[in-house]
Design a protein around this ligand. Structure first.
Ligand code: MG
Length: 385
C-alpha cells in the first residue's frame, strides 16, 4: 500500500557493489538488517544523547533514541503511505557517526580536525556504513542502497559535497550542489528525530532534576497538554503522581505533533501530487509541521537550549568531555601506532591528513566509557569515569 511518491525498493538506485537480491526481503529491509548487525549500532547503547552514560541507567542513549526515532518515523510513514522499511533503516543508522559524549564530543573532535578537513557527524555516519564497518568479504562498509545512504547524509557543506562527489559522481552528495530535497522518507526521519529528542529531553531533563515541571509552564506545547491532563485526571495533581502526569503530558504532546505532521504533509502532498519518488525530490520539502506547530516546536527547542543544554551541570560535563577528546586526539597523533589497525588511509591525502582521519575515526567510534578509560590510562586523570 505505497503511495506513488514513496520510495519503492524495486526502483532503488541500487548499491555501489551489485549484489543478487535476497530471496525473502526487500532491499530496504536488508539495509535495516545490516545496520542492526553492525558493530557501530551496538556501540550506540553506550553513547550519550544529552546525559552521560554514567549519570544514570534510565536516561536515553543514542540507541534508545534511534529506536524512538524509528518508532515515530514508522507510525507517520504508514499514515502517509511512505516506505516504512526505508524509514526504519535511515532512523536506525542516522546517529551511527556520533562521537562519545554527545555534541560536546562532536564539537571537540571537529576543533581538533579543523586543520585536517574537519569532523561532521552526518558525514561520519555515512563513512561508517560506506567504509568503516568491515564485515563483508567483497567490499568495505555495509553496501547499503542509495536511498538509505541518501537519508543518512542529512546535511553536508559544499566543500564536503564536492569531495564526496569526486569519489561517487552523481551520488548521494549531488543534491547539496543541486539544492534538491532527499526522498520523502529521509525528510520524515529528520522530523521524527526532532520530535523524539524534544520529547525525551523533557523527560530526561525532569527526571534528572535539571528542569522542573513549573519551569515548563512557559512552553505552551507542554503546558496545554499538562492542563488538559489535569482537567481529565485531577488526582494527577497530587505530588506523588508527578511522574504519571509528566508521562501523560508528553504522550499527548507527541500524539499532537505526529497528527500535525501527518495532516500537514498529506495536505501538501495532495496539492503537489508528485507522480513518483524522484518528482518529490524536486519539490520544496513536503514532510513537515503546520506553521502553527513549527512555531510551538521552536519555543520548546529554545526552552531546552536555555534551560537544559546550557545548564551549568551539563556545561561542566561538556567541558570535561572536550578535554578527554582533545587529549586523546593529541596522544594518538603523537603515537598513531598505539591505535589498533585502522582502515587504509585515504589516497591522495598528505600523510598527516590521513593519520588525523584515522585518529578521528578511532575516537568517533569509541563509547563514552571506553573513551574515559582510555583517557585515564594515557593521562592518569579520572574524568567522566
Ligand atoms: Mg538523532
Amino acid at each position: 500500500m505505497l503511495a506513488a511518491y514513496a520510495c519503492d525498493p524495486l526502483h532503488s538506485r541500487g548499491r555501489r557493489f551489485a549484489e543478487p537480491p535476497a530471496p525473502t526481503r526487500t532491499d530496504f529491509q536488508r539495509d535495516r538488517d545490516r545496520i542492526v548487525h553492525a558493530s557501530a549500532f551496538r556501540r550506540l547503547v553506550y553513547k550519550t544523547q544529552v546525559f552521560l552514560n554514567h549519570e544514570g541507567d534510565l536516561f536515553r542513549t543514542r540507541l534508545t533514541h534511534s529506536l524512538e526515532v524509528a518508532q515515530l518515523g514508522r507510525s507517520i510513514a504508514r499514515a502517509l503511505q511512505l516506505n516504512e522499511d526505508l524509514v526504519e533503516a535511515i532512523a536506525l543508522a542516522h546517529d551511527l557517526g556520533h562521537t562519545p559524549f554527545g555534541h560536546a564530543g562532536q564539537d571537540a573532535l571537529n576543533a581538533c580536525m579543523t586543520p585536517f578537513g574537519g569532523f561532521e557527524h552526518n558525514l561520519q555516519s555515512l563513512r561508517v556504513v560506506d567504509v568503516l564497518e568491515t564485515r563483508y568479504p567483497q567490499f568495505d562498509g555495509l553496501n547499503l542502497t542509495f536511498e538509505t545512504r541518501e537519508g543518512i547524509l542529512k546535511h553536508c557543506s559544499r566543500a564536503n559535497a564536492q569531495a564526496l562527489i569526486a569519489q561517487e559522481p552523481g551520488g548521494v552528495a549531488q543534491r547539496f550542489l543541486e539544492r534538491t530535497q532527499p526522498s520523502l522518507e529521509a525528510q520524515l526521519c529528520n522530523l521524527a528525530d526532532e520530535i523524539a529528542y524534544n520529547a525525551h529531553d523533557i523527560d530526561d531533563g525532569v527526571r534528572s532534576g535539571l528542569i522542573t515541571m513549573a519551569q515548563l509552564e512557559e512552553v505552551p506545547l507542554f503546558e496545554s497538554h499538562r492542563r488538559a491532563t489535569l482537567a481529565q485526571y485531577p488526582h494527577l495533581g497530587d505530588a506523588s503522581q508527578g511522574r504519571r502526569l509528566l508521562y501523560e503530558t508528553i504522550r499527548r504532546m507527541l500524539s499532537q505533533q505526529v497528527y500535525d505532521v501527518i495532516e500537514a504533509s498529506a495536505a501538501a502532498l495532495r496539492l503537489a501530487a508528485p507522480a513518483h519518488a524522484d518528482a518529490a525530490r524536486l519539490l520544496p520539502p513536503m514532510v513537515g509541521f503546520s506553521s502553527a506547530m513549527r512555531e510551538q516546536s521552536q519555543v520548546l527547542k529554545s526552552f531546552l537550549l536555555r534551560n537544559l543544554y546550557r545548564h551549568p551541570q551539563v556545561m561542566h560535563t561538556t567541558g570535561q568531555a572536550q578535554q578527554v577528546i582533545a587529549d586523546l586526539f593529541a596522544a594518538y597523533m603523537d603515537a598513531p601506532h598505539t591505535m589498533p589497525a585502522r582502515p587504509a588511509p585515504i589516497h591522495g591525502d598528505q600523510p598527516e591528513v590521513s593519520v588525523a582521519r584515522q585518529v578521528a575515526d578511532y575516537i568517533a567510534g569509541m563509547t563514552d566509557r571506553f573513551a574515559s578509560r582510555e583517557h585515564a590510562r594515557i593521562t592518569g586523570l579520572q574524568l567522566l569515569a
